[in-house]
Design a protein around this ligand. Sequence first.
Ligand SMILES: Cc1cc2nc3c(=O)[nH]c(=O)nc-3n(C[C@H](O)[C@H](O)[C@H](O)COP(=O)(O)OP(=O)(O)OC[C@H]3O[C@@H](n4cnc5c(N)ncnc54)[C@H](O)[C@@H]3O)c2cc1C
Length: 475
Amino acid sequence: MEEKFENIVVGAGFAGLVCSGYLARGGQKTLLLEKGPVVGGRAAAHSFNGYNVVMHLPLIMTTVNNGGGYGWANAAKDFGANIRYHSSREPRLYFKGLKKTFMTIPKCLTTDAATDWMIEFLAKARPDLVKDNLKQELRPLVHEILTKPFNEMCREWDQVSVKEWVEARSSNPSIKYLFTSLWAGCAWTGDANFTWERGSMGKGAVMFRIWIGGQGLMSVAIPDVQKGICEPIANAITGNFGCEIRTSQNVSEVLIKNGKTIGVAIKHKGKSDEIIKARRVILATTWLDYFNLFKIMPASLADTLRLPMNQKMGGVFLITGLNDSIPLDGAFFLAYDPKTGSSVQGGCAQNIEQPWNVPAGKQLVWSYSIRSEEEFNRLGLEGITAEMNENFEEIYPGFKKAIEFQTPPKGAIHPSHYEFSSLHKIGQKSPDVEGLYFCGEATWPMYGQITDGTASTGVSVAKMILGLDNPLGGI
Ligand SMILES: Cc1cc2nc3c(=O)[nH]c(=O)nc-3n(C[C@H](O)[C@H](O)[C@H](O)COP(=O)(O)OP(=O)(O)OC[C@H]3O[C@@H](n4cnc5c(N)ncnc54)[C@H](O)[C@@H]3O)c2cc1C
């Protein structure tokens, strides 16, 4: 008998898992197809020399629910998934050349508290910029960011640069420095000039609220993101709501007939394509995958994907295994160049809070550095890696001697996800193909481009399909 589903969701990362879970919970016959051997997508763990490396520590989620962050944690609760996590240490900020003067990011519960913390940040990084009346001028800007509803913030400020936003409110150079450097860290754009000119105000504002505004949690999944969160969600949605999940299924085409989705084709080695029929297809893949999934690309999607992605950034990623001769703090960190305000490096030590990820007596740090395209080309992978190790030595004295192994640095120049007009957003409901939907990081609005945000797009699409009230306001 021919199989037919109401919904086929393609891709079992956070977005696809959450979307298919809500659809199945809503009583719809739903199939989730994943090309990898396990669920989790980018949250999958990798093994290096006996170390279990998970690039999602600490996992970030919002704690606000009023029309805003509504990501995986709420979904997991709704699904009855067996998940435990603990809070991670508060993030630390280091300033290059200002030895041992790190500061932590506390949870600031009020506008005054966040404004005071920002001024303390400025006093550490650039005391020359702390002037009288700064608090008076800064406070209304901080208040606006902390009180605007998440979904409005994402819609209205996503395509607004930090420069545009700040200049419409202030011409104070101290405020320019503060927003540039904090957004370089919060929006993961790194480079100060890039952040000022092109960093997305909205994406950085989400992270600002999560980190500095006390509206988020940084947590460590037990034992890791894939086994501790993605697999329990998958078990809950299959066991509790009858969602069907099939892994190692490489969807090769979304089938469209007379302007309507009718299902998908799946490639199997040495066999002819398998066809599975469905009323709706929801793509929860990355935007790059869209290019391969259509025989004839729907016009609206083609129009969006054809738009130029001018702005690029260089990213470097480094994993280091260490012995335990130095004490790592287990916290997420950002390192700044106080002169320019660039966030030159970030990362996290996994040993202390995730001992199950490292062999006894070992420690682990993963780190990234995001550079402008020009700097990436000028320094090359080796030059940036050398700088990263120097920064590590400053942050954790004795680091170099404690190194047991370091993966060859991985890096490339990509269109920046955080640049406001680089990665063009796809609407969640196709305007030209009936029954075709999109969720995940490429869809709009997107809350902060992290697991919590991408999961929220899954919620949004499922609610749209189920015709339920949708506080996230998907489009
Ligand atoms: C280095 C790094 C560090 C990060 N750190 C954090 C962090 O600390 N905290 C945080 O919250 N977030 C973090 N993130 C972001 C987070 O990883 C992503 O937001 C999230 O995992 C994306 O989930 P997704 O479901 O949108 O996409 P994905 O996880 O990419 O899922 C897409 C799925 O689609 C599948 N797929 C693609 N094509 C097909 C096909 N043709 N057929 C079938 N299946 C297909 C893929 O195999 C994949 O499983 C980090 C990301 C990176 C890269």
